[in-house]
Structures are given as structure tokens and as C-alpha cells.
Design a protein around this ligand. Structure first.
Ligand code: FAD
Length: 386
């Protein structure tokens, strides 16, 4: 079948070994537990430690900070396998692909030494808290703020829709930390939350899909944090918005990778199902319509894979532009939703039952078009380059 024996342009033997290892890890530690994760609205806490023990966390962070010392394409292998396993419970990407890289890129040496090894081992779990009840796409309008008190900042505000919101104990908070208007007043504040007074987790949010993911509100009431925890130290004060903008392409590419992995999962699972399901004395696959639909879905997946691989290769060379990352994010997540929708139809009523992965994929995929910057915002960013 056309998706078999596909080799990404950047693939080496090392990537192939990592793929096998990740596949085994997910098959052992995640897939059999998916139902429990969904019931608990979180993965098992020790999943992080096990992933750390297997070298899967912070794989593209320098070894001197406990990371794997590899490049982004290795991160891409793990993300793709997560999509291919149709897993949307584990907040791996936020922790490893996003937060760790903020610290690598902008942290002081002391901050890197303090936090990265703990993230690499799974001792700490990371979240990034940008979105507020009153502002999502319009990030410059954040209201969470810190007031100086000696060497500390007293933080007040709240965040919503925060992935890893239950388990995270290292939260990067987007907050106003000085009197400058607009973007120049915004910093990234790294907060260690264990036992921190004034830090509170709100309710676990009841979502359409991704039930195994711990998405929560966070509240900060007179929460005292050393100003030295501003990412980059005092030099990072007011630099938060620029830092976010520089890292967002990697975050968007990560969403795109999972999107295509999951599209491939939908195609493969639907091919298997339609070859088995009997009606009118033959299989669902025997209908010409089924063959045409799946031929289209497999072709679109292959096209998306090649686009993705181009973006991954460009990113590894430091050349992926904001516009290209936005294009990858919006287009692949649209493709993912469209493919899952067409595949689901071929499962008949079973496609509507949550016990079937295709139904869970359908519900979980929708938010891919919304988070990490909505697809409308992505198109706006692409058009700015015209
Ligand atoms: C499951 C889930 C997990 C999430 N995880 C995190 C997380 O870990 N951390 C975090 O900080 N946030 C997280 N988010 C928040 C997410 O990033 C925001 O929901 C998203 O950025 C959109 O913001 P909003 O919900 O406030 O929508 P709004 O910004 O209110 O958007 C409403 C509508 O306006 C449209 N719109 C906005 N701007 C434009 C424009 N310029 N042109 C045209 N249309 C526009 C949008 O596309 C959308 O259709 C998560 C959200 C969900 C649902």
C-alpha cells in the first residue's frame, strides 16, 4: 500500500531505531491504558518517569542539561509515533518540544542547570500558561501581572485551557511584569509550583475529546515568585512576547506532525476494518466507493507526509519560516480532520461509538484546528508574508 516503506528524507538508522523504541514504549505504556487515562482525565504520573528512563524526554536538548543531544527530527519521530498510535492523552509535546526549548533558548545558565535535567528525567512535568478567560488569540491582551516587592514578583491572575494542568509542577506563565504597554510589558515567568502559596488548580475541563489529557484552569492569588525566575533573568523582563513568537513555529510544526501521524492511523485502521466487515455477502472494502475514499485519504496522507518532511528538514537547518510553519499547522490539521471524518463514515454506526478509536480520533482531532494558534490566525500569518 502506498503508505508502506515510506522513508523521510532526513531519516538515518538512528531515527529508525528511535522509531522502533518509541513504538514499543507507546504500545506498552500508553495504548493498553488509554481507557483508564480517559476516565482519570490524566495519564499515570509515572509515565513521565518511564519516558525519562527510556531517553524519550528532551531528546533534542543538549546532553549537558540531561537531554538526548539530538536534533528536532528525532523529536519529530516521537511525535509522529504518538499520532500514529492515535494517542492524544500524553502532553509530551508541551513538555519536551515546547517548554524545554524555551528554557534552552532563553534561560540563564543557572536556569538551564536547575530545570532541564529534572524535565529530562520526568521528575518535573511542564506546562505553558498563555491563554486567559478573556484572551486567547490576542496574546498581547493578557491580564495576569506581577507587582514588584523587593526581589520578588507578586503574581495575580488566571489561565485557562492549560494542558498538563493537573500534573505540571513547572509552569511557564505569560504575565505582565513591568509598566510597559503592549508586548514590551510581557515576560515568561518560570514557576515551580510544588507547595507554592497562592497557586491553585481549577476544575478539570470537560472537553469534546482528548479525555485523557489533563486540561485545567490555573489561578494565581498573591503568588510570590522570585523575579530571578523570569526566563533569561532580569534581561528577559519584557522579552516574553518576542520569545513566544520565535518559538511558535516549532510548536506549530509539532501539532502538524501529530496531525499527519493520526491521519495515517485513521487510514490504516479503516483499511483493516473495511476488509473485515461483511455485508451483502462481501466486505465493505469491496464497494468501489470505499476503495475510492480510502485511495483519496491515503494519497492525501502521503502528500501531507512529504510536506511535513520538507518542513522538518528545513527546521533542522534553522530555515523554517513562521509562514511555512503556519501553513503546515493549518493545512495538516484540516487534512487530518477531513480524513478522519471520511474514514469514520466507513465504520457505519461503530464509528460513532467512543469505544472505537476512530470515534475518539474524530472527537480529539477537532481542537487541532484551534490550539497553538487557530487556523484562521495561521492564514493571517501566511498572508502577512505576501
Ligand atoms: C484542549 C486545549 C488545550 C489547550 N492547551 C493550551 C495550553 O497548554 N496553554 C495555553 O496557553 N493555551 C492552551 N489552549 C488555548 C488555545 O491556544 C486557545 O484556545 C486558542 O489560541 C484560541 O484562543 P481562544 O480560545 O481564546 O479563541 P479566540 O481568540 O476568542 O478566537 C475566537 C475566534 O476568532 C477567530 N480569530 C481570532 N483572531 C483572528 C484573526 N486575526 N483573523 C480571523 N479570525 C480570528 C479565531 O480563529 C476563532 O475562530 C488550549 C486549548 C484547548 C481547547
Amino acid at each position: 500500500m502506498i503508505l508502506d516503506n515510506y522513508t523521510p528524507i532526513w531519516e538515518t538508522e538512528e531515527h529508525a531505531d528511535l522509531r522502533e523504541m518509541t513504538r514499543d514504549f507507546i504500545a506498552t505504556e500508553i495504548t493498553p491504558n488509554a481507557e483508564r487515562f480517559a476516565e482519570n482525565h490524566q495519564v499515570d504520573r509515572d509515565l513521565w518517569n518511564k519516558a525519562g528512563d527510556n531517553g524519550l524526554l528532551l531528546i533534542s536538548v543538549p546532553e549537558e542539561y540531561g537531554g538526548g543531544g539530538a536534533d528536532f527530527s528525532h523529536e519529530a519521530v516521537i511525535l509522529y509515533e504518538q499520532g500514529l498510535a492515535a494517542d492524544d492523552s500524553w502532553g509530551y509535546s508541551i513538555h519536551s518540544t515546547i517548554v524545554a526549548h524555551y528554557i534552552v533558548a532563553y534561560g540563564t545558565e543557572e536556569q538551564k542547570q536547575r530545570w532541564l535535567p529534572k524535565l529530562a528525567s520526568g521528575e518535573m512535568v511542564a506546562a505553558i500558561a498563555m491563554t486567559e478567560p478573556t484572551t486567547g488569540s490576542d496574546l498581547q491582551a493578557v491580564r495576569t501581572h506581577g507587582t514588584r516587592d523587593g526581589d520578588d514578583l507578586i503574581i495575580n491572575g488566571s489561565k485557562t485551557f492549560i494542558t498538563n494542568g493537573t500534573q505540571a509542577n513547572l509552569v511557564v506563565i505569560v504575565a505582565r511584569t513591568n509598566e510597559q504597554p503592549g508586548a514590551r510589558g510581557i515576560s515568561l515567568l518560570v514557576v515551580e509550583t510544588d507547595g507554592l502559596e497562592g497557586f491553585e488548580r481549577g476544575r478539570v475541563l470537560d472537553k469534546l475529546g482528548q479525555h485523557g489529557q489533563d486540561t485545567r484552569e490555573l489561578f494565581f492569588t498573591n503568588m510570590r515568585v522570585p523575579a530571578a525566575n523570569i526566563l533569561g533573568g532580569e534581561a528577559g523582563d519584557g522579552r516574553g512576547f518576542a520569545q513566544l513568537m520565535q518559538q511558535l513555529p516549532q510548536e506549530r510544526l509539532a501539532v502538524a506532525i501529530v496531525a499527519v501521524g493520526m491521519a495515517e492511523a485513521a487510514v490504516r485502521q479503516t483499511i483493516a476494518y473495511t476488509k473485515e466487515r461483511q455485508l451483502f455477502g462481501h466486505t465493505v472494502m469491496d464497494f468501489q466507493n470505499t476503495k475510492f475514499v480510502l485511495a483519496e485519504c491515503a494519497t492525501e496522507t502521503l502528500a501531507a507526509k512529504t510536506f511535513l518532511d520538507y518542513c522538518i528538514a528545513e527546521h533542522d537547518k534553522g530555515r523554517l519560516t513562521n509562514e511555512q510553519a503556519s501553513a503546515a499547522k493549518y493545512w495538516t490539521t484540516d487534512v487530518q480532520n477531513s480524513i478522519i471524518d471520511r474514514c469514520l463514515q466507513l465504520w457505519g454506526g461503530y464509528g460513532f461509538m467512543m469505544e472505537y478509536p476512530i470515534a475518539r480520533m474524530y472527537a480529539g482531532a477537532r481542537v487541532q484546528q484551534i490550539y497553538a494558534g487557530t487556523n484562521e490566525v495561521m492564514k493571517d500569518l501566511i498572508a502577512r508574508g505576501f
